[in-house]
Design a protein. Sequence first.
Lengths: 198, 351
Amino acid sequence: MQYPAPIQELVDQLSRLPGVGPKTAQRLAFFLLNLPPGEAERLATAITTARRTIRYCSVCFNFTDVDPCALCRSGQRDDHVILVVEQPKDVVAMEKTREYRGRYHVLHGAISPMDGIGPEDLKVRELLKRLADQAVNEVILATSSSLEGEATALYLSRLLKPTGIQVTRIARGIPMGGDLDYTDEVTLLKALEGRREL
Amino acid sequence: MALLSLTARHFRNLAAEEVPLAPDITLIIGPNAQGKTNFLEALLLLLAGISLRGQSDRDLVAWGQDGYRLQGPWMGEGTDPVEKDRLVTVNPLRRRESGPRIPAVAFAPDDLLLVKGSPEGRRRFLDEVAGQIRPRYLPELRRYQRALSQRNRALKSEAAHSVVESFGPLLAEAGSYVWSVRDEVVASLCLRLPDVLGALAPVDRMEITLDRGGHAATATATDFLGELERRRGEERLRGVTLTGPHRDDLHISVNGRAADVFASQGQQRSLALALKLASRDILEEVSGRVPVVLLDDVFSELDGTRRRALLELMSRSRQQTVVTDTDREDIGDMASLRYAVEAGVLRPVAR
């Protein structure tokens, strides 16, 4: 059976979302159609408002509605440390610790030649400019532990070597409260490599 | 130790019936394309979680079904059997396995081409053994292959040297691990070859060595990286990575001469069988379990002497064996259970 065109369009648009297949898109569409009109409109407004007002922060390239973003404007943060991540969601994860007091830089991806993504497609040039413009003592590379995240970290560490700025990589290893015998071998090996003197 | 029976549902053309298996030798007879190989494939997946012909789970589901299930009670050292279960659904692809991993070795006619065939076939043989003795091996091999694809693409697309270089250490790290385990597998095979070969073939001396891809002096990450640096210009020109396990080969020689050129066809088959049998012994030693042996239509490919030698080797060890063949001339009376297979249905037949 063919849906009326507006419903079909809604299903098609929803099924383009990540993790949403045709079945789920259909279910979501009917859920939306059964909502009181005001609620469905609130969702539509939320989407358009977010799209219209959110842009990249001109300093750290995190998503923001004011430029520079709240984290970059805050007077409580340490300007001398920059933590480099792949995605805006990584900033949120790091902020949850409530311990990190430095600044951020969001690359928006990782180097992946297979997907045609090179350093010029990431916010690398912008990072270099920041480092040239202000006094930074340490750059912490917190890209993911995927192959591409590791390659990006290696790339940046070599790129930054001539600047003389201290470059560090976050440690990988056993999760807190985790048992050794439940940890996979690769993680154990990395944890062993990153051991510290007590 | 044995799998007591196999029940396959929606797996290729196999009928959903419980098929009891003998603790020693089970024989399955039938013309081609009736389901003999499918039955062995199901056994290998259920026991060891590996595929016979490198096929993906999607291709194994019976036509028009959205998943398959394999089940069977495994009788270990204890008094009660443990249920082995492998449930696979496609769309989305999900696997659920329960019960212990049982080492298994499969022989198919293609394996007899191990000596004469492509280096790729010999690498796959080493990977099958390595993956069963070191749990970290296959994940590390996949990581290596991903690093390799990324680096090759960077070389081909003429990306900046600094981008190519950032995949080098990752390639070397995973690659040197792959090398070290392949070295270990080859060394273990060497130890066991004289024994199996003596029973199998009138060959004086068989030697195998791992020819590492490229010219790295040792299997270390340092030497790997050194080679990448040394051949930098050549790699740029050709657009591919020239050093690493993806170019390895297993060099096989008989009495000091290359077996793929100088050994007779019969000798080559004996050597291939010897390698497979030696790998079975390694799996047994490492896992402490006797591997189940699956022989797919191998007998028809062997001459009388080698057939007898293989049968002799099989009956000497007490492992569970499942054999398929198109006729049952000289194996028939060794098997405790015999089946005839037709259109996916296995029926017991009398001696």
